[in-house]
Every structure is written in structure tokens, then in C-alpha cells.
Design a protein around this ligand. Structure first.
Ligand SMILES: NC(=O)c1ccc[n+]([C@@H]2O[C@H](COP(=O)([O-])OP(=O)(O)OC[C@H]3O[C@@H](n4cnc5c(N)ncnc54)[C@H](OP(=O)(O)O)[C@@H]3O)[C@@H](O)[C@H]2O)c1
Length: 327
């Protein structure tokens, strides 16, 4: 690809997330939605025409092999991430794979080994580390605005009503921890910059035998810790607090900040100071803009899965071992 040429994206799966979040980000970032692949021809045609995607393709492998596609966005159920990412990497196609990269630690090792060995670019679709909000919060912490960061309390809850949803399926590796608990884990990795040393978790069970309401602690060097709470049965809540030795930062939505979100610095004997979270873009825009620029040779790749995803996969594994053992 050359500087300035449009990046041609292919979407694997007629997924809600692609419609609701990825495509608005792609429109803002400036790539092309060249094709979408689904299992059913009629449904895929309908999805393409409703969402402004140029072509519909039947079967995921056909899209991977399509020479008119530069990069793939993979939005399948968690249990299918490994197989289809491995196939894309084998074909030499860069991939933005939905989070979590894989539903199991064993699969995460396989996929990351393949990405490392092949040198093909792979990103896990945590888009918030690309967002300017996290950079500003990170700078506040680095500048000592709250002293030493010791503890993160982070929630991700939402209300899921549709019984057939992939998140309720054990077979498809759903569950609250895999679906949204991964966000606080990645937030802690970004801010503590270290691997966790111990994990403890509990869960309430539901759906088709998955965790639906989950809480846990990850411990990091120096007694630092993440307390996370996530689930699929409460109203939307991503409230997170970074607690330091001399103050704290409250973030209304670290993960998908919108126009009404903010972060607030609170220190003893000072007026709290609030900052708006977002520059007004869709939450996927910054990540897609970066990937487009990398593929056009205009930027060096950042936040690749090979450098970031294993810590999340290990934490998901350890927390789920813990709540399963205590069941
Ligand atoms: N980064 C984020 O902000 C974010 C937000 C939400 C979800 N996600 C992730 O995105 C992925 C998809 O989530 P979603 O809510 O968009 O899912 P979804 O709407 O259910 O879409 C999943 C797609 O996978 C395909 N599929 C293949 N086999 C399937 C099966 N056995 N059952 C159901 N669907 C199957 C279907 O497309 P075809 O039948 O057309 O092939 C379906 O449209 C998940 O990994 C999730 O964790 C990420």
C-alpha cells in the first residue's frame, strides 16, 4: 500500500459490534468497508446493503483469500477468534480481532506465537488505549497528580436481555469476565505496566452455565491491586477510580467514552477538577486511524497484540480458575 491510498477493510461476521461501533469509527478514520463475510448469503447481502458495505461474501475463508482486502476486522463469538485469526495470519492478512483475543489461554498462546512467527500484524480490539483520554490520564498519573497509583477500582456492567445472545453461551466462550471483565484488566495493565502476581475471583452463574456477575482482585508488584466488578444484569456502569497516595482520579467511562463522559481529579484540600473525556469521535476511530496509517507505511505499529494481549489472557485465565474453583 502507498501513502494516501484508501485501506480496504473486510469484516468477518455480520456482527452487532461492527454495525454499531466499528463502521462509525471507519467512516471517521477514512478507510473503505470493502466487503463483509457471513455464513448465510441472504443475511450477509442484507447486512452489507443496510450498512453501506460494498460487497457481501459467503464464507469467511473466501474473504480472507480475497485479494481486494488489505486488512480484516474479526467480530465473531470468542470461541471462533483463534481459528479465524490463525487462518488470516496464515494468509498474510493483518487482523484487528475483537476482544478478548481468545477465549482460552491455550488459544492465546497459539495465536500470539503465530503472529510473532509470521510477522503479520495483529491487534486486539481494545480501542481505549488509542484514545486521547487514556493518554491524558496516564500523564496526570506520571506527573504525580495523585502521588503513587496504588489501587484501581473498575466496573463494567450492562443489562443483557436477549436470551440467545452469544454472551450467555458456554460453548461460544461467553460470560461476563470474557466479555467485559477484560476491560478493567487491560486498564490495569496499561497503568501499572506490570504483570499480575496473584488473582482471586467470585461469580454468580446464569445463562447457559456462564458467569453473569463477577468480581475479583488482581495483585501487582508492590502491593498494588485492581478490584474489578463486571456483569450482564445491571444498568450500564463503567465507573472507574484510580487511587493514589495523595489523591484520586474518577473516570466515568475509560473504555468507550462519549460526549457526556469526563474524568475528575480529586485531591485533599483542593477543588475537584473535571476534564471532558472525548474529542467527540466514535470510540473506534483513533485505533482504526492508526491501523490505516500503519498499513500505508505512515506510522510504526503500536499496541500490537504480541506485546499486549498475553497479560490479559493470563489474567482472564487465573480469575476464571479462581471463581470456578470456589463454585
Ligand atoms: N470492542 C468492543 O467494544 C466490543 C463490543 C461488543 C462486542 N465485542 C466483541 O465482538 C465479538 C462479537 O460480538 P457481537 O455482540 O457483535 O456478536 P453478534 O452480534 O452475535 O455477532 C457475532 C457474529 O458471529 C457470527 N457467528 C458465527 N458463528 C456463530 C454462532 N455459532 N453463533 C452466533 N454468531 C455466530 C455471526 O455472523 P454470520 O452468521 O453472518 O457469520 C454473528 O453475526 C465478541 O468477541 C465480543 O466480545 C467487542
Amino acid at each position: 500500500m502507498t501513502a494516501g491510498s484508501p485501506v480496504r477493510w473486510g469484516i468477518i461476521g455480520t456482527a452487532n459490534i461492527a454495525r454499531a461501533q466499528f463502521l462509525p469509527g471507519l467512516r471517521e478514520a477514512g478507510g473503505m468497508a470493502e466487503a463483509v463475510a457471513g455464513r448465510d448469503a441472504a443475511r450477509t447481502e442484507r447486512y452489507a446493503s443496510e450498512n453501506g458495505i460494498s460487497r457481501a461474501v459467503t464464507g469467511y475463508q473466501a474473504l480472507i483469500d480475497d485479494p481486494a482486502i488489505d486488512v480484516l476486522y474479526l467480530a465473531l463469538p470468542n470461541s471462533m477468534h483463534a481459528e479465524w485469526t490463525l487462518r488470516a495470519l496464515a494468509a498474510g492478512k493483518p487482523v484487528l480481532c475483537e476482544k478478548p483475543l481468545c477465549g482460552t489461554l491455550v488459544d492465546a498462546y497459539r495465536v500470539l506465537d503465530a503472529a510473532r512467527d509470521s510477522g503479520v500484524l495483529l491487534w486486539e480490539a481494545f480501542v481505549f488505549p488509542f484514545h486521547p483520554q487514556l493518554e491524558r490520564v496516564r500523564k496526570l498519573v506520571a506527573d504525580g497528580a495523585i502521588g503513587e497509583l496504588m489501587e484501581i477500582k473498575s466496573n463494567f456492567h450492562f443489562q443483557l436481555s436477549s436470551p440467545g445472545n452469544i454472551r450467555y453461551s458456554r460453548e461460544l466462550q461467553g460470560g461476563a469476565l470474557n466479555d467485559v471483565g477484560c476491560y478493567p484488566i487491560r486498564l490495569a495493565a496499561e497503568l501499572f505496566g506490570a504483570a499480575h502476581q496473584a488473582a482471586w475471583a467470585g461469580a454468580n452463574w446464569g445463562g447457559e452455565d456462564v458467569d453473569v456477575d463477577t468480581w475479583g482482585v488482581l495483585e501487582y508488584p508492590g502491593g498494588r491491586r485492581l478490584h474489578l466488578s463486571c456483569g450482564m444484569g445491571r444498568s450500564y456502569d463503567t465507573f472507574s477510580t484510580l487511587e493514589g497516595t495523595t489523591g484520586r482520579i474518577h473516570i466515568t467511562n475509560p473504555f468507550h467514552p462519549g460526549a457526556r463522559d469526563s474524568y475528575q481529579l480529586v485531591a485533599p484540600r483542593s477543588e475537584p477538577v473535571s476534564y471532558p473525556a472525548t474529542a467527540g469521535e466514535a470510540s473506534f476511530t483513533a485505533a482504526i486511524r492508526h491501523i490505516n496509517a500503519v498499513l500505508r507505511g505512515e506510522e510504526e505499529p503500536r499496541l500490537l497484540a504480541v506485546g499486549t494481549a498475553l497479560g490479559t489472557a493470563r489474567a482472564l485465565h487465573d480469575l476464571s480458575e479462581s471463581f470456578t474453583a470456589r463454585r
